[in-house]
Structure formats: structure tokens, C-alpha cells
Design a protein around this ligand. Structure first.
Ligand SMILES: [Zn+2]
Length: 75
């Protein structure tokens, strides 16, 4: 699973438009259960914009759960 540091790095990449869609999804999932990054995201307009972008491309809940399990098993 992505660490807070990884999320920070990806956020930086997002600013330079170098982050992939998968990386954006990983941030989105991380923010779901990480209070620190959730707070950070509220303060960070770039990440907030990213989150709303991810929301526009929301996957069905089933797909999200599958993705979460996949990410967890890879960690
Ligand atoms: Zn975090």
C-alpha cells in the first residue's frame, strides 16, 4: 500500500501532470483511510482538484473493493 510519503511524491507528479491514472487512484484510496492525508488534502488545492477529478471517473463500488484488495496484497 502507498505510504504518506508516496502520496506526497505522486501529488508532486500530479502538479507536473506526470502522474498516471493508476497513481491518482492510489492516492484516492489512500486518502480514504489515512487521516493525515485527508487533512492534508483539505489544505492542498491540488490534491482536492485531483480528488474531484477521480470522483468524476468513479468506479462501481465492486471495482473499488477489488482494487483495494489488489493494492493491499501487493503491499
Ligand atoms: Zn497518508
Amino acid at each position: 500500500m502507498k505510504t504518506c510519503k508516496d502520496v506526497e511524491i505522486i501529488c508532486t507528479k500530479v502538479q507536473y501532470r506526470e502522474a498516471t491514472f493508476v497513481e491518482k487512484i492510489k492516492i484516492r484510496l489512500h486518502v480514504l483511510f489515512c487521516k493525515t492525508c485527508k487533512t492534508f488534502s483539505k489544505k492542498n488545492t491540488k490534491l482536492t482538484a485531483l480528488c474531484s477529478e477521480a470522483n468524476l471517473r468513479t468506479l462501481p463500488i465492486e471495482e473499488k473493493e477489488k482494487m483495494k484488495k489488489k493494492l493491499k496484497s501487493k503491499a
